[in-house]
Design a protein around this ligand. Sequence first.
Ligand code: ARG
Length: 419
Amino acid sequence: MKKLILTTLLLSSASTAFAHDSVIRAGHLLDVESGTYATDQYIVIEDGKITDVGNWSRLDTSDDYIDLSDKYVLPGLLDSHVHLTGDSKVHGYKRLTRSVPRQAITGVRNAKRTLDAGFTTVRNLGAAGYADIALRDAINDGDVPGPRILAAGPSLGITGGHCDNNLLPAEYKAKADGVADGPWALRAKVRENKKYGADLIKFCATGGVLSKGTDVGAQQFSFEEMKAIVDEAHLAGMKVAAHAHGAKGIETAIKAGVDSIEHSSFITDAGIRQAKAKGVYLSMDVYNSDYILSEGEKAGMLEESLNKERVVGKIQRESFKRAVNAGAKMAFGSDAAVYPHGQNGHQFAYMVRWGMTPLQSIQAATINNADLFGWSEKVGTIETGKFADIIAVDEDPLENIEIMKTVSFVMKGGDIHKD
Ligand code: ARG
């Protein structure tokens, strides 16, 4: 990584010279809020943060700069739903061969791939053995490259539910880390996750596609249990993400006060209205289905899961369209690990195909997710005071959203990760 030291005059008339860590020259700088481009801009970066943005012509002298003058420059992207320690080639019974330390090492590989793809901040919604928290800390310590991570630790779930491990017969007594039943046991689980470093809480409010013996339409946890999780998490200053496909589980989770619904597949119009009324984000992994149906069998997904997906995928995309048209708050959540990490950007074109404008899909992955993460002050736009998390693509994404699959420049916290 090259560090540039340069002397610039911020105003042509000014006489004071400033030393900067680095300066980017951006040919087309996208304001993700308005969808307009400012041409030929400078971005000044100091101590990992953006300290000034303006017209290149106003920058008097510059010994050296990062030349993105022929590129389309955007804020670093955010994904609200990934599992960095999971592997897209390891599903179904194959998962039983992966120890927690092995998963952590998989996470190191996937963190780099995610950052390579232009995703500079992610929420990791569930990992065994707190491997996601170790990964977050290792990245923050500079030991390995990766995005900023808000980590959930183990997902909370009912006995035998989507967030449990249901693959083995009873005599093995297999149980996932986050399984508990009853409000007080769940409050204790929330406290435990907090104790070991979780930034937020994830729980399973319905069955799922990739778990054994669960019904995607069936609610998991009673209202009282969900309420206990949400209250306890909010007391501790943590947001709550609920995995929910079925309509009843979605509506119960919204009523319990969650901050986002993950998947949202069978959401009804009433559910969309409730989400809007409470400001709940819908995070819908609309890319996933194609990958599951084409590659899932090879990766070990159960026949039962493939059958569930044949129903869920199509309905989820139709629900996505309804939610977009109704003006619901939409997050960009991809559930990477189901599909290969690093392909996160493939989801933009799917979001556009299913009802968003290109700008809306980019807003979902920037300002909307920043709001959902509670990080609007830090990330999501290219503005003074925010982290210098900046990406570039070679073509106008508002004209060709597919270009979001191939991000050509990535800076995180002022450090060039990919050039
Ligand atoms: N982790 C989710 C589950 O197992 C993946 C759902 C993927 N399918 C979809 N259509 N988005 O339920």
